[in-house]
Design a protein around this ligand. Structure first.
Ligand code: SF4
Length: 250
């Protein structure tokens, strides 16, 4: 059978709660595919944050630890140090990672913890009702910025992939998008690269994925995909911001 139609072993065969047009499901599929390809399912532990990703344990066929309120990188640190042979990833949204858990993510990255972080950036708080997130674009209307985000009062959208790339402990930092087949292919490679970095003990790896939230953006699924291309990518440029090549950091 053509591999594109195969169901990944690392995903359970079940329906998800994601809204129509949400690309969280694409991210799940890509991570599961990478786990299958690298043959690490039996030793992989996923750590989702709080938010729309919170049911990761219902969808992935791997071990999962729940870590609400931005604490996933701290939990991943403990898990990896206690069981260094395991492959540990956190899966976090922008509210969870770039607001509530800013401290955890920066210090885990700076320590160079040998973990992988998958960061879903849809520029809004999803599950809690569409409030402004640190990644909300300037001028973007949310339930807590009804006139649009204004840098004078709310500051600027935070660029996590670029910021984390400046830290010495980071081995790999990239930003990808989930809005078209071409970009999904690129995202697939970045996710696999992040996990390979961990397998090769290169240090902290992070992949930021631009994702849709048609429900809170109040647009159709098709318009949401177009919004990523037209509005998100110009502010959040795609690319690899850091890739460590050798172990000269040791
Ligand atoms: S609220 Fe937004 S991020 Fe959450 S599942 Fe629905 S579309 Fe996806």
């Amino acid at each position: 059978m053509n591999r594109i139609f195969e169901h990944p072993k690392s995903l359970k065969y079940t329906n998800t709660h994601f809204c129509p047009g949400c690309t969280h499901g694409v991210a799940h599929r890509l991570i599961a595919d990478a786990i299958d390809k690298l043959n690490i399912r039996e030793k992989t532990i996923g750590i989702p944050g709080v938010g729309c990703c919170v049911f990761l344990y219902k969808y992935f066929n791997i071990d999962v630890l729940e870590a609400p309120h931005g604490r996933a990188p701290a939990c991943a640190t403990g898990m990896k140090r206690a069981q260094p042979d395991k492959i540990i990833f956190s899966y976090q949204g922008d509210g969870d990672m770039a607001a509530i858990g800013t401290s955890e993510i920066i210090h885990a990255a700076n320590r160079g913890e040998n973990i992988s972080v998958f960061f879903i950036n849809n520029s809004v708080y999803g599950m809690t009702g569409g409030q402004m997130a640190p990644t909300t674009l300037l001028g973007q209307q949310t339930t807590t910025s009804p006139y649009g985000r204004d840098f004078k009062t709310e500051g600027y959208p935070i660029k996590m992939a670029e910021m984390l790339a400046t830290l010495e402990g980071v081995a790999y930092s990239s930003r990808v998008s989930l809005h078209s087949p071409k970009h999904i292919n690129q995202a697939s490679k970045a996710i696999q690269k992040a996990l390979e970095m961990q397998i090769n003990e290169m240090g902290f790896s992070v992949v930021e994925m631009l994702s849709t939230c048609p429900t809170n953006w109040r647009v159709s699924p098709t318009e949401a995909l177009e919004t990523v291309d037209r509005e998100m990518i110009p502010y959040f440029p795609l690319g690899v911001y850091k890739e460590r090549k050798g172990k000269d950091f040791l």
